[in-house]
Design a protein around this ligand. Sequence first.
Ligand code: AMP
Length: 370
Amino acid sequence: MSTIKLHDKYFKTFISAAKIDQAVHKIAALVKKDCKGEIPVFIGILNGSFMFAADFARAYNADCEVSFVKLASYEGTGSTGKVKELVGLSQSLEGRIVVILEDIIDTGNTLEEIFEIFRNQKVKQLKIASLFFKPDVFRKGLPIDYIGISIPDKFIVGYGLDYNGLGRNLADIYQLTTQKMTNIVLFGPPGAGKGTQADVLKEKYNLIHISTGDVFRYNIKNETKLGTLAKSFMDKGDLVPDAVTIDMLKAEVDKNADANGFIFDGFPRTESQAKALDEFLQEKGEAINGMVALEVPEDLLVTRLLKRGETSGRPDDQDESKIRNRFNEYETKTAILKHYYEDQNKYYGVNGVGSIEEITERLSAVFDKL
Ligand code: AMP
């Protein structure tokens, strides 16, 4: 499962490419049975049906003609109910079996228009095949001969269908999700200033700040079971095992179900933590809006951490070899997360060298966009 952003909206996976493929083959087999001994003309309704028509024609795997017409009826996320124009029908269809290929039928307005246009074509048979169908909103008494997958009344994109031009090239179908929270991963190596900045940003943006390091330290101080477990790893500068950290993080998020969103600081630190976070948020209809990374050279970080160690009381800040081990953990396990979020177009690098106020300003410029 994954969430994507197209223009200003979020979409989550809904129907997999494998399920679509099954539906296309199911329709092709039925049409083939009904067209025995004939060469049918398949007419795809552009733009949405181009992918369906291509896969359908391959799956049909017998003599056929393929043509396209254009009948645009959608703008944005709602049907305007208006069909604008028909272009591209140049051949005679007299005496032929014509199968109209639609990507989706919802209200039936487009379908009605198609029936109107083909009424005078003297075809032998006019059949309608639609990959997706929304029974809840279909308002016409017209026949649909072949239906791939019936779906609830959700706005979908992918496999030919778009949201304001984007999303047609996606292999899976995605549905609109109404994300309510703003969730930001504040990223950077140890000593980058994540905690300092999160303290300011959580107030400014009314977000809950979760620092996994702070939660562990709180548990160590209170000598809980979790604290005892985490201490042995933390004191050496090693990462606490994923299973322990992930469960703890989930519990912290669930404690704040009504939050406007979260600043995650020190989490995720491994790819499996990042995946677990995505899945966990997805179940709630939420997603990470962006990873905002503080970029600071390593030498400066060591100086900062040793200085912090003079007053923080943290054993992992006081010894250069432990600090180096934390960097090593960061380089080998955590730094790759940059690519994880880059691949989702969610990575935002920020120069982390300067005064606290300067850096807050740079971070705010990114937060304002998310
Ligand atoms: P921090 O306060 O973020 O520098 O974290 C201090 C230490 O807590 C780390 O060196 C780890 O031992 C542990 N820790 C914090 N967050 C995580 C995490 N997401 N995964 C594993 N260990 C963590």
